[in-house]
Write a protein that binds this ligand. Structure first.
Ligand SMILES: [Fe+2]
Ligand SMILES: [Fe+2]
Length: 248
């Protein structure tokens, strides 16, 4: 897919939450609320970003290549992530869960994206997309809230595409790289994911476990998604969307 096609996809997809009725009364038991509230508010915070540094990198790409299609795709992509934060925020408001404006793990991710350059920024972003793809599957199953399940379903469909989008970008960045450097990059991605899996499970383990992901399954599912991503970036696996029914 060209960046032009990605920009078109994100633009045409801007109404992706329109099918969800946020005003409809929703069910969430007190036990479910206690289980997920701390976890959901941290992920809601993570979804919300102005994307300033990513936009800066994208503008540099435009200046370098004279083609602004990546910049436009990134603009729409950031808006899509912000709509994830808005959707989760509406759910939280319905159930009296207050928002947070800062989270230590999220702050580390943001700092890495800010200071480590374009390629590492996308690598860190890909790690977050992979974690999201597993987390929202668990969150979907952790409660019987129809509203939260509808939001998780939509986010899962979106994150699947985000993984492909970040892989496409990394593939382009690393295209002419010597094999030895590619080997180091792949292992850095694995190391980064391993650390993230441990930290995320430490913080969100209770919700993940009730959602069907004990530590081993969470780690395995995350690494399976990473290996699929590595195949797309380094091994010429086609960058394509999987069947939607796989996701939920
Ligand atoms: Fe997201
Ligand atoms: Fe995402």
């Amino acid at each position: 897919m060209s960046y032009q096609a990605w920009a078109n996809y994100f633009e045409q997809h801007a109404n992706h939450f329109d099918h969800i009725d946020f005003e409809k009364p929703d069910d969430l038991s007190l036990d479910e609320l206690r289980l997920i509230k701390t976890s959901v508010r941290q992920f809601q915070r993570g979804e919300h970003s102005e994307g300033k540094h990513l936009m800066q990198y994208a503008k540099e790409q435009t200046a370098y290549s004279g083609d602004d299609s990546y910049e436009r795709a990134i603009q729409w992509f950031i808006k899509e992530e912000q709509r994830h934060a808005i959707g989760l925020g509406k759910f939280m408001h319905t159930h009296g869960i207050r928002k947070i404006t800062s989270d230590p793990v999220d702050n580390i991710f943001r700092a890495m994206r800010r200071y480590l350059g374009f390629e590492q920024s996308i690598t860190v972003l890909l790690t977050a997309e992979i974690i999201s793809l597993i987390y929202y599957r668990a969150l979907h199953k952790a409660t019987a809230s129809p509203l939260l399940q509808a939001i998780c379903n939509q986010i899962l469909l979106d994150e699947e595409l985000h993984i492909n989008f970040q892989c496409e970008t990394l593939k382009e960045i690393t295209a002419d790289r010597p094999a030895a450097i590619g080997f180091l990059s792949r292992n850095w991605q694995r190391f980064l994911l391993a650390g993230t899996v441990v930290v995320v499970y430490t913080q969100h383990g209770k919700a993940l476990k009730v959602g069907g992901f004990g530590f081993s399954r969470f780690a395995l599912a995350s690494f399976k998604t990473l290996e699929r991503s590595i195949d797309m970036v380094y091994n010429n696996a086609p960058i394509q969307r999987r069947q939607e029914q796989w996701v939920v």
